[in-house]
Write a protein that binds this ligand. Structure first.
Ligand SMILES: Nc1ncnc2c1ncn2[C@@H]1O[C@H](COP(=O)(O)OP(=O)(O)OP(=O)(O)O)[C@@H](O)[C@H]1O
Length: 242
């Protein structure tokens, strides 16, 4: 697809000043993976603008580049070209140490099945995330209040093996949000859940995106939950479109 100055790029909604103030801006990002003849263009001139409090879903076939986009937006992979701005700061060219700091302090990740630490209670999962980010009491959300907010206050002392899949996912969402990140990156959150639980979890993600005023990107194959999202974008062959 060709973009020109007269046709807005997919995912661009806000003016420059707003983009500089907050949220996530992916600007002309290209990423190749592999070597020599086996090189694949995983991301091909991708533009994406997600405002604070906005919930954006990305759908697309297997191998289209969705995970690559999350990796670039989460400062896990450095793009070949383009920029990734978090609250107006370009994180794509930061040093490895700076990127790690952004991941701990400014970016929340939610994975398929919660990815909780087996030995820790639900409450300690959140406390640990605050510790790792170097946060003190009052700096970030109160872990107990946040567990209540995601409907898990009554499971605060339970360990992951004592929780259902949906409950683990709720704790995973609370853990990702406890540091008050600017961006929440969510990878297939409903893959391990039945339809009713899936709907509950994405309802919660939508509510928390607005409550925490975080810029959320969710990659999903689950078309039944898309009505909870503010915007749905498609990824095909490394290109993003509305
Ligand atoms: N480490 C790698 N080395 C080489 N090619 C890779 C590597 N990781 C991914 N790719 C390729 O990059 C392209 C994009 O992959 P990506 O995992 O981002 O797609 P996806 O849309 O997330 O797929 P899925 O829905 O199956 O998770 C694919 O063609 C994939 O084969």
């Amino acid at each position: 697809m060709t973009t020109s100055s007269t046709s807005p790029r997919p995912g661009y909604r806000r003016d420059r000043a707003e983009q500089e103030r907050g949220g996530l801006l992916v600007e002309g990002v290209t990423l190749s993976l592999g070597d020599g003849d086996a090189t694949v263009t995983a991301l091909d001139d991708v533009h994406l603008d997600v405002a604070p409090g906005e919930f954006v879903a990305i759908v697309g076939p297997s191998g289209s580049g969705k995970s690559s986009l999350l990796a670039v937006a989460g400062a896990l992979t450095t793009p070949d070209s383009g920029r990734v701005l978090l609250d107006g700061v370009d994180i794509s060219r930061a040093s490895a140490r700076e990127k790690a700091r952004h991941r701990r302090e400014r970016i929340g990740f939610v994975f398929q099945s919660g990815n909780l630490i087996p030995a820790l209670t639900a409450l300690d999962q959140l406390r640990f995330a605050l510790d790792v980010a170097g946060r003190r009491a009052g700096d970030g959300y109160d872990p107990r209040e946040l567990l209540d907010r995601v409907g898990m206050g009554h499971r605060a002392r339970h360990r992951p093996h004592q929780l259902s899949g949906g409950e683990r996912q709720r704790v995973g969402i609370a853990r990702a949000l406890v540091t008050r990140p600017a961006v929440l990156l969510v990878d297939e959150p409903t893959a391990a859940l039945d339809r009713a639980r899936s709907d509950d979890i994405v309802t919660l993600l939508a509510a928390e995106t607005h409550e925490a005023n975080v810029a959320t990107i969710m990659v999903t194959h689950d078309h039944d939950v898309l009505h909870h999202c503010d915007r749905v974008l498609s990824m095909v062959d490394g290109r993003l479109s509305e």
